[in-house]
Design a protein around this ligand. Structure first.
Ligand SMILES: C[S@@+](CC[C@H](N)C(=O)[O-])C[C@H]1O[C@@H](n2cnc3c(N)ncnc32)[C@H](O)[C@@H]1O
Length: 313
């Protein structure tokens, strides 16, 4: 007989670190709203909102992210001509957070180390207004095809694509002002749209993934210039893949070379990262990281750390 594992059973280990367990469980039972953002290379949020209303959508502007709109969960915005014409992109609201914390500008050199299928690359390229240099890397060449389709549709022209193992990203690529590590993870935070992730999770699996995650974050720090920023993110709850990874890297590089900056966004509810897990005491600095639980903003779940490299390593 197949046993059905409910979300609340699977995630019970997180009960002590969730501010409102009942609200968390209720949120997981609800369908996930859809979210779109304006491609400001091609149009304005006002015109996009008009087209959406004319098409029978009821776009609700996100207060914390200019040009993005929440739509009802049963809408298919990927079927519209405006989508094909690259006037907007469809992306889960909480997935907008890591690039938003990077505050990229048009004169920077930016590396997206785990970029496919390109949602955050597209967001960064548009935020840079198609200027500067953006490198989108992923070791999976099949997933890179999807990334190319996304950036072509949106008219992105400042992005080069590479297919290295990010853990060995070549030194010859030079230094970057900012590096994003949107790491491969156990994806627990996507259970509202992919219920099967609940069955795949185990502490062994988290620990296996965390080896790759440490290696990717380590290389991101190396490839970043002194004074530059690194964002580490996952769409999972497991502390083994989040605070524990960041804590290890803080210790490895030392306080003189790497420090956490507060990861917070006005208008977006979040919780601070944890400083104790499974008997292990972590750096107090970890409270500067950001946990986004599904019930806080009616989204999926995410973890984000914002790091500054303060010395050559
Ligand atoms: C969470 S997904 C990235 C999602 C993407 N940032 C976006 O917003 O569309 C993680 C990606 O990491 C890639 N990946 C896994 N191991 C990698 C490695 N060692 N080096 C580079 N990319 C890797 C996977 O192929 C996958 O595309």
């Amino acid at each position: 007989m197949t046993q059905t594992l409910s979300n609340s059973d699977a995630f019970a280990r997180y009960r002590p670190i969730i501010d409102d367990w009942e609200a968390f469980c209720d949120a997981l039972k609800r369908p996930l709203p859809t979210c779109v953002w304006t491609n400001t290379l091609r149009t304005t949020p006002e015109r996009l909102a008009e087209w959406m209303r004319a098409g029978g959508f009821d776009p609700e502007p996100l207060t914390w992210y200019p040009g993005a709109f929440k739509l009802a969960h049963d809408i298919s915005p990927g079927n519209r001509l405006e989508y094909v014409a690259g006037l907007y992109h469809v992306q889960e609201e909480v997935s907008l957070v890591p690039p938003a914390l990077m505050h990229v500008t048009a004169d920077e050199r930016v590396l997206d180390l785990c970029a496919a299928p390109g949602n955050k690359t597209a967001q960064l390229a548009v935020a840079m207004q198609n200027r500067g240099t953006l490198v989108a890397n992923d070791r999976n060449v099949y997933r890179l095809r999807a990334l190319r389709r996304v950036i072509d549709r949106l008219g992105v022209a400042n992005t080069s694509v590479t297919a290295y193992d990010g853990a060995n990203y070549p030194r010859e690529s030079g230094e970057f002002d900012k590096v994003l590590v949107d790491a491969p993870c156990s994806c627990e935070g996507t259970s509202r749209k992919n219920p099967e992730v609940v069955h795949a999770s185990s502490v062994d699996y988290f620990n296996r993934l965390s080896g790759t995650q440490r290696a990717l974050l380590r290389q991101a720090v190396r490839r970043c210039r002194k004074g530059g920023l690194i964002v580490y993110s996952t769409c999972t709850y497991a502390p083994e893949e989040n605070e524990l990874v960041v804590d290890d890297l803080l210790e490895e590089f030392g306080a003189h070379a790497l420090r956490l900056l507060p990861a917070r966004i006005d208008g977006l509810a979040s919780s601070p990262g944890i400083t104790r897990w499974d008997g292990r005491q972590l750096s107090e600095e970890l409270t500067r990281t950001m946990r986004l639980w599904p019930h806080q903003n009616d989204t999926g779940g995410f973890f984000v750390a914002l790091l500054e490299k303060t010395a050559e390593v």
